[in-house]
Write a protein of this length. Sequence first.
Length: 266
Amino acid sequence: MSGAPRYPWLVTDLDGTLVDRDLEIPARNVEAIERYRAAGGVVTLATGRNERSAGRYHRQLGLETPMILYNGARIVDPATGARMLDLTLGDTWAAIERDALPGLPDTIGVVGFQDLDAYVIKPAPALSEYAARDGIDLKTSPMPGPPTKAMLIAEAPGDLTEPAGLISGAHTGVRLVRSEKTYLEILPAHADKGSALRTLAVLTGLDLDQVVAIGDNPNDLELIQTAALGVAVGDGHPLVRDIADLVVTTCTQAAVADLIDNHLLS
């Protein structure tokens, strides 16, 4: 290993990519990122989480770079707390809440994310498992404004097919993505990780030809397509593996470390 990384800027998804199913960063990933940064590489996170939830991983890695959050609806500079991009569902939310949510089956819960908090919009048993898994405090008080995003959480992936068709057919001002098999996210129309990366590039002078990006689920598709080198996790969604320039090992086998050690620093 010698010289600077082949791509000096690495953008990585969190869950299912950098972070394993126990919600920890495997030690191999941490060590590889240290080597990559020591060689001159820069690392940033692109996640569906907000700055509070993603912040612990950002701090663990000792990063100072802006974070792409809420699947591209927000970019935050953690050094100052400034929001370099901050989209919400705005006026569209009232129509979705009125027209689409009341008809959802009892097995689907809905969470709205506003500012740094998560609010129960529609209770369901699946919300308890979600909150426990991600360590999220779900508020039951009324949400004080339109959310940055809303998320439908189901017990089985097939439960989301009909709601997705209903929402997309009636509300063209939103974007729907699957961030997990049983999660359907409702985002502002122009919110995706790839668009956020392009915004970050404009604001910081970053050359996209220098960027490698890695992810595992359909909410990472635009990110992977925007980077000069798009990488899929080996056990990621088939759509992601199909469009990626490169497929590395699985999340549990430290996909980010595999990318760094075998393709960026070798």
